[in-house]
Design a protein around this ligand. Structure first.
Ligand SMILES: Nc1ncnc2c1ncn2[C@@H]1O[C@H](COP(=O)(O)OP(=O)(O)O)[C@@H](O)[C@H]1O
Ligand SMILES: [Mg+2]
Length: 412
């Protein structure tokens, strides 16, 4: 798998841990519980007691070999996805399609189309199709890139997927790191007794963990050095991290079954964020998060803040939606949009007793430019919000008229 120049592999100390390839599922034949390896062959009991095999079967778990520090092998229950990930084709860039029999393929399809649905958290608004595609990409060991404008749920969806998968997970926010080399590789340090030594980053530990899911948040905001370092790591044909630029310097191999989920503020031609390197992008399948429409936005706000009156929640949803359609159209009045993050924030302020205008002033006006004074985008958004503000005194005076127009305005 490793390429031509035969680079030295880091001497990693022996560690206790799961043996990535030794995973078995349990099938019941009458009263006996047989172990099936990932090629579909029945194997012996491997010294695993009947009680343990039975309980794994009943809980729908697989059994995976675990090597202890003393070198003794035991077996531990793991999620069926660990088994399924081994029997189905792994990333085709990464060693080709493995054996897959009909029964297992059915299980994979069932997982994607049926079981996965209940794994989506209710508070995450995402179409069932996209969620299933997300699950499917993970099951097929693809690197996944969530794209979309800021605040549309990319990180949330990525974290939900990580949770649904039940695999060892690691989180790195690449938008927040000043020193990509230290974050991704590690530091050379000095100690009076030990002299100079290398202390590896937690990213190095992550890529050495079999079946890890590694979340690379805000990859689009990362320093280009980070992209360069990740290039070989993400490439299906290479899958190693070089510890130094120098040719022939030590490398760390990416463990079996490791997949990456990244997020990037791109995918919407109307958002002006740094364009991510094409070569990095090519190493992922991309899943574009949809920007919510007014009904979905209202549904989410209602779900999150059932105590807040619907009028205000509808107002927030409509204001947000209006800025989205405007900013996406060529002749639009504004160039920025109120993200779902911002509208959730705004509804939260209303929940805490701020009125609609105050909440808008804090959570959404700052996104709109003041340039141009009375003709500025901010003035436009202020006026938009003003339309929804219920003035107490006016309400008393023009109650009927007010309600009528208000109702019209907030019809979906
Ligand atoms: N599609 C969505 N479904 C549910 N909540 C969302 C969605 N998009 C954004 N949010 C809300 O906005 C917040 C920020 O979302 P986040 O995933 O961090 O955005 P991104 O990573 O795209 O910038 C979330 O915590 C959530 O409250
Ligand atoms: Mg994010």
């Amino acid at each position: 798998m490793l390429n031509n120049k035969n680079p030295k592999v880091m001497n990693s100390d022996f560690k206790a841990g799961f043996i990535p390839t030794e995973v078995y599922k349990v099938e019941a034949f009458g009263n006996s519980f047989k172990l099936i390896d990932t090629k579909g062959n029945k194997v012996g009991t491997l010294g695993i007691g009947t009680g343990n095999r039975k309980s794994a079967f009943e809980e729908g778990m697989a059994l995976q070999a675990f090597l202890q520090k003393n070198g003794k092998k035991t077996y531990r229950k793991v999620g069926m996805d660990v088994y399924n990930n081994l029997v189905i084709p792994m990333n085709t860039d990464n060693g080709g399609v493995q054996f897959e029999d009909k029964g297992d393929h059915q299980a994979v399809k069932d997982f994607i189309h049926n079981s996965s649905v209940s794994l989506k958290p209710n508070e995450l608004v995402m179409t069932p199709l996209k969620w299933k595609y997300l699950i499917r990409s993970a099951v097929r060991a693809k690197n996944i890139m969530m794209t979309g404008p800021a605040g549309c749920g990319k990180t949330m969806a990525a974290k939900a997927l990580v949770k649904a998968l039940d695999r060892p997970d690691f989180y790195f926010n690449l938008g927040a790191t000043q020193d990509p080399r230290a974050t991704l590789i590690g530091n050379t340090q000095f100690d009076k007794n030990k002299g100079t030594y290398f202390s590896e980053s937690s990213f190095v530990k992550a890529i050495k963990t079999p079946n890890a899911v590694i979340l690379l948040d805000e990859l689009s905001r990362a320093h280009p050095d980070a992209w360069n370092i990740l290039m070989t790591v993400l490439d299906g044909g290479q899958r190693y991290l070089r510890l130094d630029e120098a040719e022939g310097s030590p490398i760390v191999k990416v463990a079996e079954g490791v997949t990456f989920i990244a997020t990037a503020n791109i995918g919407n031609e109307y958002t002006s964020t740094r364009v991510i390197d094409r070569a990095i992008l090519d190493r992922f399948v991309t899943i574009e998060m949809d920007v919510l429409n007014d009904e979905q936005e209202f549904g989410l706000l209602k779900f999150m803040f059932p105590e807040v009156d619907e009028y205000n929640l509808k107002a927030v949803a409509e204001i947000a939606h209006h800025t989205r359609t405007q900013s996406m159209s060529d002749a639009g009045k504004v160039t920025a949009m109120v993200s779902t993050r911002a509208s959730v924030e705004m509804a939260g302020l209303i929940y805490d007793g701020f009125d609609l205008f105050e909440a808008a002033e804090i959570s959404i006006f700052p996104f709109f430019s003041n340039d141009g004074g009375v003709d500025s985008e901010r003035t436009y958004v202020k006026q938009l919000v003003q339309k929804y503000v219920k003035d107490e005194s006016n309400e008393a005076l023009f109650n009927e008229v007010e309600t009528e127009t208000k109702e019209e305005e907030i019809t979906w």
